[in-house]
Design a protein around this ligand. Structure first.
Ligand SMILES: NC(=O)c1ccc[n+]([C@@H]2O[C@H](COP(=O)([O-])OP(=O)(O)OC[C@H]3O[C@@H](n4cnc5c(N)ncnc54)[C@H](O)[C@@H]3O)[C@@H](O)[C@H]2O)c1
Length: 255
């Protein structure tokens, strides 16, 4: 029970890494708030956690909307009175189902660039902006951001995505520096290729799938492996760690 009675908000918890984290955090004793814009998936994860005998609530939210974010934080504080953990996990990218064009800079329309930024980077900014005052008042808090290997390497072909994830890395460092004095830790995970719905179609392409498994461990990662990293960074086991940019990538970034 590494998160006993902690109130943990997880964005994008209706699928993939966020879902795996929601289930793990709940198992470890957290009251989990599922912040997700896909209603069907959000409700489903809420029900699964409750059926497993743990506590969760789903709040339909678009993290790129300031109105939505303000409302979700008000609801969480109204219900639980505090916020201990924020896992800024939600993001869009790569999926063939993505409404926005993942391409090199010259081929990226401004509209798509702005939309990708508004979720992947602005979403982290907005959620943090409204959670930080609560954490400052509590004099404790823990924020984990989900970036990507794209945030630290020049991975081509999705330049808006890559820039947004680089922004998340930079934001993590400056937040750790700014808010450490309030006993708030801020860390960042940089996943390599992880087998979630986001890259399902990409993994169906044999050539790309093979390339994704060229890391030292010779395989793609599982969402549960990101959830374990998020749990470590969210728990007291990492109490002296802040400002860390942590690849969880089968060693891809070490090559
Ligand atoms: N899968 C990978 O290979 C991989 C690699 C590196 C980084 N990441 C990052 O990991 C994070 C989790 O992705 P995943 O792989 O679990 O993908 P996923 O598509 O399975 O899950 C992402 C979730 O975020 C939600 N979401 C997206 N935009 C939202 C918004 N505006 N408001 C609320 N919810 C929103 C989606 O509905 C979805 O449930 C993302 O930030 C992604 O960029 C993924």
């Amino acid at each position: 029970m590494r998160l006993k009675n902690k109130v943990a908000i997880i964005t994008g918890a209706g699928s993939g890494q966020g879902k795996a984290s929601a289930k793990l955090f709940a198992k470890e004793g957290a009251k989990v708030v599922i912040v997700e814009w896909n209603e069907e998936n959000g409700k489903q994860v809420e029900q699964e956690i409750i059926d497993e005998g743990h506590e969760a609530i789903f709040i339909k939210t678009d993290i790129s909307s300031e109105e939505n974010v303000r409302s979700v934080i008000d609801q969480v504080v109204g219900k639980f009175g505090r916020i201990d953990i924020l896992f800024n996990n939600a993001g869009i990218g790569f999926s063939a189902r993505s409404k926005y064009k993942m391409a090199s800079l010259m081929e990226t329309p401004l509209e798509d660039w702005n939309k990708i930024m508004s979720i992947n980077l602005n979403g982290v900014y907005l959620m943090s902006k409204y959670v930080l005052p609560i954490m400052i008042e509590q004099e404790s808090g823990n924020i984990v951001n989900n970036s990507s290997l794209n945030g630290i390497l020049g991975v081509t072909g999705a330049d808006a995505y890559t820039a947004s994830k680089g922004g998340v890395v930079a934001l993590t460092r400056v937040m750790a520096v700014d808010y450490g004095k309030h006993n708030i830790r801020v860390n960042c995970i940089c996943p390599g290729a992880i087998d979630t719905p986001m890259i399902a179609e990409v993994l169906d392409n044999e050539k790309i799938a093979k390339n994704f498994a060229t890391n030292p461990l010779k395989r793609v990662g599982k969402p549960e492996e990101i959830a374990s990293a998020a749990l470590f960074l969210s728990s007291d086991e990492s109490s002296f760690i802040t400002g860390l940019i942590m690849p969880v990538d089968g060693g891809w970034s070490a090559v």
